[in-house]
Ligand binder design. Structure first.
Ligand SMILES: N[C@@H](CCC(=O)N[C@@H](CSC=O)C(=O)NCC(=O)O)C(=O)O
Length: 280
């Protein structure tokens, strides 16, 4: 059951914040939804946005500047939180890149995280829930995200191309098995056996795929991004796409950093990309 926390008129539609009890995480979870004014009755295309480290369900809706375009395209936007909150794990809020605000969109298998830190399953649960409860067209749902959320979007799409029909990312952590953020998160949540990490590594998944998104994948990357050198590795994903025959548009932008000024600059291109891919 969805509990509506707040609702705000926005570009002729409705910006909403919800809470619900999640089966995947075993905890109450928050998420936000932008519902455009419906031009016609019926189901609407939808786009899930996965946010990055330290973010929550509000960040994208407040800073991304996406609602104006989503209203024009008649597209629903969904932004989940980035981790469970108040799981009661000792020290879970001590670091900004692990634990609270840093769920990494994986299903943890290691104690004490495995009971609640199950964000991979949570995103799938939320998709199903919103298809049932809100006017989302199950056949026209895409996914995108930023940084940790770009990693999550790529992994969820590559593992579930029938559920997420289009995918894009801003500055994704594209090869988490080999970067400090990913090594810390995966060893903590998944354990020392690196073979289990491959299921959550977009570059590893793509290297074994067979062009799952024929309409292409869009990635934007700022060249003044302070995390580009040691955390993101877009070139690894680019090489994996080449190997898999997967069309990829990887745009490198001089002068742009890792933040929401970068995201909001190119957000319209991403919504247009998904709208065209989903036949919105
Ligand atoms: N506290 C960190 C910076 C954290 C940060 O930059 N978070 C990014 C996502 S990074 C990868 O997932 C973000 O989106 N922050 C929210 C915002 O509003 O910018 C540091 O000290 O560097």
């Amino acid at each position: 059951m969805l509990e509506l926390i707040s609702e705000h008129a926005c570009f002729g539609g409705s910006q909403r914040f919800y809470r619900h009890q999640s089966a995947a995480t075993g905890l109450p979870m928050r998420f936000s939804v932008f519902l455009p004014a419906e031009a016609a009755p019926g189901k609407l295309p939808a786009l899930f946005y996965l946010a990055g480290l330290t973010c929550n369900e509000e960040t994208f809706m407040m800073k991304g500047g996406a609602q104006r375009v989503a209203a024009r395209e008649g597209m629903v936007l969904v932004a989940p939180d980035t981790s469970p909150r108040d799981a009661g794990v000792a020290g879970e809020a001590d670091a900004w890149d692990f634990g609270v605000g840093a769920g990494f969109y994986v299903d943890a298998t290691e104690e004490p995280w495995s009971k609640n830190y199950r964000m991979y399953s949570y995103i799938l649960e939320l998709r199903d829930l919103l298809v049932a409860e809100l006017p989302l067209d199950a056949a026209r749902i895409g996914i995108f995200g930023h940084s940790m959320g770009g990693h999550g979007a790529l992994v969820l799409a590559l593992r579930n191309p029938g559920l997420f029909r289009s995918v894009s990312a801003f500055a994704p952590i594209a090869a988490p098995s080999r970067c400090p953020w990913g090594e810390k998160a995966f060893s903590g949540y998944l354990g020392a056996d690196e073979s289990s990490w491959r299921a959550y590594d977009a570059s590893a998944l793509m290297s074994q795929a067979n062009a799952p998104f024929p309409n292409g994948i869009l990635i934007d990357q700022g060249l003044a991004d302070k995390f580009l050198g040691d955390q993101l590795y877009p070139e690894a994903f680019e090489a994996a796409c080449r190997h898999a025959g997967q069309p990829l548009e990887l745009r490198r932008h001089a002068g742009y950093d890792h933040g929401y000024y970068f995201i909001s600059t190119f957000i319209e291109d991403h919504l247009n990309f998904h709208s065209a891919s989903l036949g919105a």
